[in-house]
Design a protein around this ligand. Sequence first.
Ligand SMILES: Cc1cc2nc3c(=O)[nH]c(=O)nc-3n(C[C@H](O)[C@H](O)[C@H](O)COP(=O)(O)OP(=O)(O)OC[C@H]3O[C@@H](n4cnc5c(N)ncnc54)[C@H](O)[C@@H]3O)c2cc1C
Length: 447
Amino acid sequence: MALPKSAKTLIIGAGIHGLSTAYHLALNLKARGKGDGRDILIIDKTAIAAGASGIACGVVRNNYFQPAMRELMAQCVEVWESDMEAYSYHPVGYMQISPESMHADVGTIAKQQKEIGYESTFIEGEKDSMDYMKDLFHDWQAQGITSVLHEKKGGYSNNTKAMYGLAGKAEAEGVRIMTGVEVTGFDRDNGSEAVRAVKTSKGDIQCDQLVVAPGPWAKQMWDMLGLQKTVSIKGADGKMHDDIPMWIYWSLQEGTLGVDPEMQKTNDGKMPPVIHVDSDAPLYSDHDGSLITDEMWGIYYKPDFHFNGIQGGAAPFAIDTPPDDVAVDPYGVDSPDFVVGEDFAHMWVSALAHCQKRFEGQMVHYNSEPSGGIGSFTPDSFPVFDRFVDNVYMIADSNHGYKMIGVGKLVAQELCGETSALLEPFRFSRYAEGKLHPVSSSPFPWS
Ligand SMILES: Cc1cc2nc3c(=O)[nH]c(=O)nc-3n(C[C@H](O)[C@H](O)[C@H](O)COP(=O)(O)OP(=O)(O)OC[C@H]3O[C@@H](n4cnc5c(N)ncnc54)[C@H](O)[C@@H]3O)c2cc1C
């Protein structure tokens, strides 16, 4: 296909957000008699699912300490459930298993899930938590757990299958997707600053409105648009904190234990919920018994036929290289700098064995192929969904977002002129106004 010279709506990025926005915008335009999918063009410098969406673990959960995140995730789960086959979605549920230091936080999540009608069971106390877990997995053995939040909805989705499913749905509505087209800059209107055309490796494309869904390349797009490199944030202390870098990077730690996924079935022979355990119990090596950490640690895992084993991860770490010097490309498993190493494998498999006896002695089966990748994070580690320079809509999810398939649906409504209350808490102005999201005691930056 020749590169079109113009598109009414041009979308950069064929990941979850670009694809979901395109598909839902096509439906919206048609329903409102204002056009259809043929008005929409997606471009991607590499391929569909070439970014974070193609390597994500694919976990879909509601478990967030922040009410705005929970409400948004409930809407996203509805979208996952709307076409489970195309989205390769497995509604197995999700469990947050926590130590006493997180008990109260998780208790508020459980309470608010009830209020918004999101089905979950909350177990409290060490004995009851152990009994509940043993009822599910006879070999459960994690110590020091005092609460279990069992979300009955949520689960996981197979990353590339879901992206191709979503792309197929968008294309069926007439959306064009062109890959191998790299954005290199923007032509701006002199007066309004709006983007009139996008410069690409294959030529310029004029557009009426532009959607930027760049995942880990958020900083590059932000810089290309000439947006501010630092922000001032009004803190909980009421004071302004200046010169906070807008983007930093974290390295996501994920891997696969190459055993039969069926090994993780529940006592009654079913596929289990996704398990997330945070713990302050000392973690010892399953290899040699040495102490790995006596500080707070966390892991998540699920059996996954797509990854061919038990797949999951541990808490990420912040990359201390100055953001301007971080090489995002080559991305994901092709990165020479940001794939997980032996330390991760050792910690993660030992933590699996800490939780369930069936994983003891299984370290030899760890799949040593490269895995993991980096994500770009905002100053408060929460998404920014907002308009910039007149006609640019930025979907910058701060690495929360594989599960956020519903954001594209809401963005599509906003592009058609309807403001979404669910997206309001994620505007850029929250930094200056001090309308920040509450912070949890989880060891993860996105809980
Ligand atoms: C290892 C890992 C595990 C994760 N696990 C989970 C999980 O279990 N659950 C969850 O909810 N989230 C998870 N995430 C986060 C989630 O994957 C991301 O938040 C989400 O996929 C981002 O989607 P996106 O559409 O914004 O970006 P992406 O999927 O990264 O898509 C952006 C696209 O933009 C393209 N692009 C970039 N620059 C240009 C340019 N100049 N010109 C043209 N195209 C360009 C890229 O090629 C890419 O295809 C994980 C992330 C990582 C890294």
